[in-house]
Write a protein that binds this ligand. Structure first.
Ligand code: TIU
Length: 223
């Protein structure tokens, strides 16, 4: 076995073997990132998420060139909403609820334009796209079995939002034994303070559930 690649990270260098690693791109969907979607209906400023796109494009390109597995996720529900708990439907009294008609089709419904990934980060042919009904990518998706089947042990995590779907997924992954590196400029929050504290929480206490590094450090390790 070759030596792992090392990324300068918090709280200490993150080692990974590219052949046993996947890049996770979480929920970079029009409904969250673009004006008029579900994210904005919750009262959020979506421009906060758009700054993630340029660095994430670079990370995606370098990851593909290195032959590392790429997995995209999308949060959303079946058209009959049978996989959406009533508590999720009504939470927060949004101006538009999941399943309501929105400018990009029904909000967070699989198959609708707004539910899909933004053009700039469109999955390449053969890349996995995991549809998830929850905030975490492991709940009710079979993702763990899929990754184990590919002998993936390390996850480089990107996407939105830092304190919601990224955090939930990293916590779920950590409990299942994956080593997670979160790329600080490739995850985004509608709230600057949640971005800051969300990243701090991951690497605190000696890396309580992961590592954090800017994407430049990951790109350097891949060179
Ligand atoms: N609202 C919010 O911050 N996030 C979500 O609802 N989903 C994801 O984080 N993907």
């Amino acid at each position: 076995m070759s030596d792992p690649l090392l990324v300068e990270a918090e709280p200490y260098p993150y080692g990974f073997d590219p052949g046993h690693t996947a890049l996770l791109v979480i929920d970079m969907q029009r409904d969250f990132v673009e004006p008029g979607g579900f994210g904005e209906s919750l009262g959020n400023d979506v421009t906060m998420l758009q700054k993630v796109v340029p660095p994430l494009r670079e990370v995606l390109a370098a990851t593909r060139s290195a032959g590392v597995t790429v997995v995209h996720t999308r949060e959303g529900h079946l058209p009959d909403l049978s996989d959406c708990p009533p508590a999720k439907l009504s939470r927060g009294a949004p101006s538009m609820r999941i399943g309501d008609p929105g400018p990009y089709g029904r909000i967070l419904i699989r198959g609708e334009y707004g539910h899909d990934i933004i053009d700039e980060l469109a999955p390449a042919e053969g890349e996995l796209v995991i549809d998830k009904p929850g905030k975490g990518a492991f709940y009710a998706t079979g993702l763990d079995e899929t990754l184990r089947g590919m002998d993936v042990r390390s996850l480089v995590v990107t996407g939105v939002t830092t304190e919601v779907c990224v955090h939930t997924t990293v916590r779920e992954a950590n409990d299942r034994g994956y080593e997670c590196l979160v790329l600080s400029d490739c995850v985004g929050s509608y709230f600057p303070q949640f971005q800051r504290h969300g990243l701090d929480m991951i690497a605190a206490q000696g890396g309580i559930f992961g590592w954090v590094a800017p994407s430049g450090h990951y790109l350097k390790a891949l060179e």
